[in-house]
Design a protein. Sequence first.
Length: 379
Amino acid sequence: MTTDPRPTLLESFASLPDPRVQRTQRHKLIDIVAIAILGMTSGADTWVDIAEFGRSKEPWLRQFLELPNGIPSHDTFGRVFARLDPEQFRSCFLDWIRTVQALTHGQVIAIDGKTLRRSHDRVAGHEAIHMVSAWATANHLVLGQVQTDAKSNEITAIPKLLRLLDLSGCIVTIDAMGCQRDIALQIQQQQGDYVLAVKENQQGLYDRIQWLFERAERADYAQVESHDTCKTVEKGHGRIEIRRCWVISDATYALYAQSVRFWAGINSLIKVVSVRRVGDTVSSETRYYISSLSGNARQMLRVIRSHWAIENELHWCLDVAFLEDDSRVRKDHAPENLAILRHLCLSLLKQEHSAKCGLKAKRLRAAWDTAYLLKVLDV
């Protein structure tokens, strides 16, 4: 059995520039990064945990790491990750992603943001950092991430993230914050399609779409040349969820919705009504979207529903399995680099399918079973 834990993974980080001066480099940077990846995959959530993992596995680690001065201390891990350039660390992460991803045509890429709640530093006057991530919903893989600027929001971060991605043939879904003309244009220029949620932050567009659907419904869509509808019903856990989707792909309607302000590539207007019944309680929600696709209603509903995988399979897992919201790492670049590290380890674990259990259990098994840890790394 090989003892080499995914050579391409380590090779992806081999070119990472060392931020330390020569005289302080007692431990090789690639050793530090490798132990951090292995440790976090195996359930270590803090620098202390990672250092303890290294000490407990030192004989095994020496089979493929040099470790000239033994296992680094937790302070060393903290200092190094605080000084690493996040852009360079992210670049290495993306190099690895390109070796394992195989996005298919029509793949849905969900874009959404998450605040790391305890990464704030009130003494230094730093707010909690906010990361915007791209999630491949079918591949269960983080494709990239960027931190929003200190005095900005997702609107400026999303274009930076999109530039890191190959969108050819993919469908990008973004919530209302990302419903911006420049973002729609950028997705089209990168050969992708989009489905963007429309809310009151685009008041004119929202009002026109709402009015167009009301007008079409009054006439039972008789005057709409191209439209489609579908309905789904789901039952389980004491609740019933009914979803109906209407899609208008009439060019005249799409043109009117834009009014005098051009949105690149709009081909469809979408309305989704969700009704949820739990016991005697019934709730209803109506949402609107624009899309560059001209697909049928069932396809649109599938794409829209798949967007929420980024909440359930990424953000929720980061909080529950990796305790991200409990992390108090705050020094310099450490919070962002640690977030990238979590994304990497979560993606590794998501790609391993032999263990039929949750992420937390997979991390525990990786800690207990070296053979399984190697299997996780050999995605």
